[in-house]
Design a protein around this ligand. Sequence first.
Ligand code: GDP
Length: 197
Amino acid sequence: MEVYSAKFVTSNTDVSKCPEPDRHEYAFIGRSNVGKSSLINMLTNHSKLAKTSASPGKTQLINHFLIDDKWYLVDLPGYGYARTSKTQRSQFSAMIKNYILKRENMVCLFVLIDSRHEPLKIDLEFMEWLGENGVPFVMVFTKADKLSTTERMNCIAKYHEGMKDTWESMPITFMTSAETKLGRVELLSYIDELNQL
Ligand code: GDP
């Protein structure tokens, strides 16, 4: 699948103000600075569709983009940014949780994880929460251009190790790089498959 058009639709803080849930929707989430904006721009072939964050944690909105007049791509706020206040953090999580649990047309959540780091508690706990709530998601490792092939395999293995006690089977995993476009075809094909359902 190729992306021909990508248009910004709305930004808001409330799931009830999102566009009509009349088409499939795929949301992207991850820790601040994980490379979410870069990945969205890489997938949509736009250099500036999602704003790459000079100051991480700034995007606190649910951003909807309409892709090829067919499906919505959603840029969710980053979670777990240490420099935001406690109140702000809990607002993020209430907003994110509400969106994830209530958005009926959200087909799959793409959980972005920085491939350069050891498994982080915040990511593992977030995925555990998704599992407990029956939210369909896949894991998307970012910045893989920084890793060798062996390091990429080790990265996935470590996450699987960290998750094996909680999960019967592992979520689908993608290895990506916004720099080299690694994983672009695979991610878009996956969305295309889900769009056929
Ligand atoms: P966001 O806060 O999750 O939206 O992250 P950004 O897309 O703004 O990226 C955060 C930082 O990581 C920026 O300095 C990017 O240039 C860098 N970055 C993002 N994606 C990649 C990637 O695939 N490879 C490399 N090497 N750096 C990346």
